[in-house]
Design a protein around this ligand. Structure first.
Ligand SMILES: Cc1cc2nc3c(=O)[nH]c(=O)nc-3n(C[C@H](O)[C@H](O)[C@H](O)COP(=O)(O)OP(=O)(O)OC[C@H]3O[C@@H](n4cnc5c(N)ncnc54)[C@H](O)[C@@H]3O)c2cc1C
Length: 301
């Protein structure tokens, strides 16, 4: 088992590797505009992929799509949709490198000049499967962590459970098309409460990060969750740690331990990828990682 709880790739599983077609790709939030020293988080895309010429393989809420590059590299992406559809949604952050380059999977999934075809397989991620119980759902995410909590929210809305979404994204503006869907679900009553944290908002009083929203709303969150509520968290480790700390302060002693033990707590948080120096060259096709080795799966969102 690797650091993030994913089972190592086995020979048996590699039989599940199949071709997928990228059917749609929409930019839903802009990226960091600061100069690229080594790499920077670029725009966020919603990417829709469907198995080529065959039925959708089975999967569960919380599972991953594992992209495979031509030279053996692999990257995981949270499946942002619920089972039952003909295609899968992914929320993909493009990683931008100097001189127009991109990370390997970023290029394959988001670049205009990439083929609309990828090799990938569904990978079970049991630690992040649907939470047990029927209580209200508190979903907390930032950035491409939206991909992780989105499937949990869709499932909770199908079940008629109250949902409170706390979501943080970089940027000063709250008019991103990413937010359109969240606001529509709120207007339709699927999401009971929506709090957005914009890290570069000009409003000095506004919370900047998802964990700030949790800390400011401690009493309301405890009321909302009651004894049997469920929690799903997805994003970078720093956000996850901050949210965990704020929830510990907000909830009665032992609440989180009990929720974990009864599978009402689902968290998928990951270390930011290490920034390493890269040669300055334009990416025209997928390649290996900068070190020429396959990297482990503990990478950033
Ligand atoms: C379980 C799991 C689920 C994941 N789910 C998602 C998801 O739903 N959506 C999503 O977008 N990603 C997700 N990721 C991250 C994803 O797997 C890739 O790591 C990411 O897309 C970058 O891969 P790449 O091939 O484009 O870049 P690489 O070729 O791996 O990296 C190129 C360079 O960019 C740097 N870099 C990597 N990430 C970042 C970053 N975020 N910001 C700046 N520089 C960076 C690297 O250090 C390297 O120098 C998930 C990771 C895990 C472990």
């Amino acid at each position: 088992m690797s650091a993030n709880g994913l089972a190592p790739l086995s020979q048996a599983h590699s039989e599940d590797l199949i071709p997928w077609v990228i059917e749609a790709r929409d930019e839903i939030a802009g990226g960091d505009q600061s100069p690229i020293a080594v790499s920077r988080p670029g725009p966020l895309f919603r990417v829709s992929v469907a198995p080529e010429g065959r039925a959708m393989p089975p999967y569960s809420v919380g599972d991953l799509l594992e992209w495979h590059g031509e030279t053996g590299e692999r990257r995981e992406f949270s499946i942002a949709s619920v089972p039952g559809g003909r295609a899968l949604d992914l929320i993909v952050r493009r990683v931008e490198l100097p001189v127009g380059g991109m990370g390997a999977a970023s290029w394959a999934l988001t670049a205009d000049n990439a083929p609309h075809r990828i090799n990938a397989r569904i990978r079970a991620y049991p630690n992040y499967h649907e939470a047990a119980g029927h209580g209200p759902l508190l979903a907390v995410a930032a950035g491409s962590g939206w991909g992780g909590v989105r499937a949990h929210i869709l499932r909770a809305m199908q079940q008629g459970r109250p949902v409170w979404l706390i979501y943080g994204e970089r940027g000063p503006s709250d008019d991103l098309s990413l937010f359109t869907e969240m606001r529509r679900w709120q207007a339709e009553g699927g999401i009971k409460r929506l709090d957005l944290a914009l890290s570069r908002s000009a409003d000095q009083q506004a919370p900047k990060y998802a964990q700030d929203v949790v800390a400011r709303n401690a009493a309301s969150i405890a009321d909302f969750l009651g004894e049997g509520g469920t929690i799903t968290i997805c994003g970078a480790t720093a956000m996850g740690d901050g949210v965990h700390g704020a929830l510990e302060a907000a909830l009665p002693a032992g609440w989180i331990e009990t929720a974990r033990a009864s599978e009402r707590w689902r968290s998928a948080t990951f270390l930011k990828a290490a920034r390493v120096s890269l040669p300055l060259r334009r990416r025209t096709r997928p390649r290996k990682t900068p070190t020429g080795e396959e990297q482990d799966t503990d990478r950033g969102f």
